[in-house]
Write a protein that binds this ligand. Structure first.
Ligand SMILES: Nc1ncnc2c1ncn2[C@@H]1O[C@H](COP(=O)(O)OP(=O)(O)OP(=O)(O)O)[C@@H](O)[C@H]1O
Length: 343
């Protein structure tokens, strides 16, 4: 549905060239949710704005629904943009219009008859769960409700593609989850293709089918979500994945942590499981085979794209030789083992 071919974009600023995108190739099949993740300044906004030609690429082609947008006249572009909607971090609602009238705006611009506008807007209000708020002004809505209005407005023209520009970055985690759930259900109900950009792997994890990582304007890795979480190839992708796992050593363990092994102390381990390792009961196998015990202190296991992954903090109790062998066993089974110290 969306195909970017060799997209490059160079800005000229104060007579200096800034290369924002270098030879980007992305293919988003119809009906998919595709995430592009990158750090600040990586080129995400420029990339998403190239898809509807808000930003004109310096070179390359942008195909949406098999039409090369870079070859269209302005008039043709205006026409096809109705099928490519966009939502933004800061919602971009008109403060002088009610919720109903904000959603009605694209239909009014399209000269849709009043009765048809009323039917359509009411359907959209129901879809986003805001029927009660039809006559309220944006100032009296929460951030999540504002984004729901923006989503309803974006759907008014029955688009084929929805572009989401950091759509949940201004929202708290719970509201983020509910907006992402809404986007997923719209994707499933309407078969809408969604391209989103974000700097948060949690967002990608929750709803995307595929993900691309960009860094310094280059696409450095792309994969289906399960494959990315189980087998990320670049350090940047691995850092993003790590950022979804939050696990700290408790204070009392930190205080008694020795950096050298001593008689009577046991290794404190951080185990990182990737999708390749976690389908077998590795810890109990290690316990049986090497006569050790694991005192699990904290753990965070997660699931994305059909793959289980996670991290765990555990005190491994047993003789020095047995713990050494058990650690080797875990490593041989694709578990990353870090000895944080001895407790
Ligand atoms: N209109 C512009 N003129 C000049 N340089 C620009 C322009 N827009 C973006 N850039 C530059 O292009 C690079 C990529 O910017 P872009 O906004 O696409 O990154 P981003 O990944 O979206 O970052 P952020 O998450 O901080 O918004 C940056 O170096 C930025 O300074």
């Amino acid at each position: 549905m969306i195909r970017l071919e060799n997209i490059s974009k160079t800005f000229i600023h104060n007579k200096k060239s800034i290369v924002a995108l270098k030879n980007i190739n992305i293919n988003v099949p119809a009906g998919q949710i595709y995430g592009v993740i990158g750090k600040s300044g990586a080129g995400k906004s420029t990339l998403i704005r190239c898809v509807n030609l808000l930003e004109k690429p310096t070179s390359g082609s942008v195909f949406v629904d098999n039409q090369d947008l870079t070859q269209l006249s302005n008039r043709q572009l205006i026409h096809i943009r109705r099928k490519i909607s966009m939502i933004f971090q800061h919602f971009n609602l008109l403060s002088s219009r009610t919720v109903f009238d904000n959603i009605a705006l694209p239909l009014e611009l399209d000269r849709t008859p009043k009765a048809a506008i009323k039917t359509k807007v009411n359907q959209l209000l129901e879809l986003v769960g805001l029927t009660e708020k039809a006559n309220v002004y944006p100032a009296n809505l929460s951030g999540g409700q504002k984004q729901r209005v923006a989503i309803a407005r974006a759907l008014a023209n029955d688009p084929k593609v929805l572009l989401c520009d950091e759509a949940t970055s201004a929202l708290d985690p719970e509201t983020t989850r509910s907006i992402l759930d809404l986007l997923k259900s719209i994707n499933q109900k309407l078969g809408l293709t969604i391209l989103l950009i974000t700097h948060e792997m949690d967002v990608v994890k929750q709803i995307c089918d595929q993900v691309a990582v960009i860094s310094d304007g280059e696409l450095i890795e792309q994969a289906p979500i399960g494959e990315m979480f189980s087998n990320a190839k670049t350090d940047i992708a691995r850092q993003f994945i790590q950022s979804t796992l939050h696990l700290t050593i408790p204070q009392d363990y930190l205080q008694k942590l020795s950096i050298v092994p001593e008689e009577g102390l046991h290794p404190l381990l951080r185990l990182t499981f990737s999708g390749v390792s976690t389908d077998s009961p590795l810890l109990s196998q290690a316990a049986k085979e090497f006569n050790i015990d694991n005192n699990i202190i904290s753990a965070q296991m997660d699931y994305a794209g059909g793959v289980k992954f996670g991290i765990m903090l555990t005190e491994m109790i047993g003789s020095q030789l047995n713990t050494k062998n058990a650690i080797q066993f875990l490593q041989n089974n694709n578990t990353k083992v870090e000895v944080l110290g001895y407790v």
